[in-house]
Design a binder for this molecule. Structure first.
Ligand SMILES: [Zn+2]
Length: 344
């Protein structure tokens, strides 16, 4: 295809056996580069017939464990060990990843809030549109690796979206379990409308295309947590085995997994005023309704008592704000509660 294309294009042949490491080229015509593209890394590892797993990270540019793990996988994965196909998009919103920020500096858009996208609305929408209509239809399983980014820090958890279809949900649950880790989070996609167009996320696009969606949050604070990176690397490899794509490998034991869910706005704590957030509860702690999340202190008015913020529910504190300065409405943290073992 010509480099003068005005829509995303790639030299990669998704039907060809072997390993191809190329680029998804996003045309971006600016003063310094009239016919330029933004070359978003993309790899395909294929061998014969079998399931397709689509692995993505860098949906948000300041979330690194997934981006690093998928880069490592691109170099390491041997096509001879694969049955089927692995599509790897390690830094999906490359403009945001280049800048080390959550949303694209090109159009201020959050890739995980623009699905289903209208490509006329700018580069981030163009990426989303390509993902939903070109990559997602090939996928049996879609994996979207996140972390808390600059503003949040998470305990590491893998997640699965349930649709209410028993066969789908059992496979999703087994993939989540194989990925492993201390926590597994179950989302009810029907409740959030992900299967009917209500979800603006990449996961919603996966479900609309009939794929299984596995996600997760693996740290945050815009740093790479060493242990969380290890968890992601092991998890992705385990998932490929469970999905049947690397049948010769074995699933590494990851120990017990605590099942959680986080439905309801009362699980979220928000800043009531401008100031600096001083946490009291710690990440990973069990808390009760009424306990202190922390305080918000106004640096300009030390004579004022700090504003106390309390939890509106009980649960496990899985997410805490990672930036001191707050404005009204900023998320200070959120809880998850224990979920029952699903029955299929
Ligand atoms: Zn994210």
């Amino acid at each position: 295809m010509s480099v003068y294309s005005t829509t995303l294009f790639t030299e990669i042949d998704f039907e060809r056996d072997g390993k191809q490491i190329g680029r998804l080229n996003l045309p971006y015509s600016v003063t310094r580069s009239a016919y330029g593209v933004i070359p978003i890394p993309l790899a395909v590892v294929k061998n014969g017939e079998g399931p397709t797993v689509f692995l993505m990270a860098g949906n948000h540019g300041d979330e690194y464990e997934g981006q690093i793990a998928l880069g490592n996988l691109i170099r390491d994965l041997d096509p001879e060990t694969v049955t089927g196909r692995v599509i790897i998009l390690p830094s999906a919103n490359l403009p945001a990843a280049r800048a080390g920020v959550r949303v694209s500096p090109l159009d201020d858009a959050n890739l995980n809030r623009v699905f289903p996208a209208d490509p006329a609305h700018g580069p981030t929408h163009e990426i989303a549109d390509y993902i939903e209509h070109h990559l997602m239809p090939m996928a049996d399983v879609f994996v979207d690796l996140h972390s808390g980014g600059a503003s949040l820090d998470y305990v590491p958890f893998v997640s699965a979206s349930f649709t209410g279809n028993a066969d789908h949900d059992r496979k999703a649950f087994d993939l989540m379990r194989a990925f492993g880790g201390p926590y597994g989070q179950v989302w009810n996609a029907v409740d959030i409308g992900a299967t009917t167009g209500g979800s603006r996320t990449a996961g919603g696009a996966a479900l609309r295309n009939g794929a299984i969606e596995i996600g997760g949050e693996f740290g945050g604070g815009a740093v790479v947590h060493r242990d969380h990176l290890h968890l992601v690397e092991r998890g992705v490899r385990n998932l490929l085995v469970q999905a049947g794509v690397t049948p010769g490998a074995t699933i590494q034991d990851t120990g017990p997994m605590r099942l959680m869910e986080a439905n309801g706005t009362d699980l979220f704590s928000l800043a009531p005023d401008y100031g600096v957030f001083v946490p009291v509860a710690g990440l990973g702690e069990e808390v009760s309704k009424g306990d202190l999340v922390g305080t918000v202190q106004n640096l300009e008015h030390p004579e004022r008592a700090p504003i106390e913020v309390t939890f509106r529910a009980s649960g496990l504190l899985i997410c805490v704000r990672a930036i001191g300065r707050v404005e009204p409405g900023d998320c200070l943290g959120h809880l998850a509660v224990d979920a029952n073992e699903p029955q299929f």
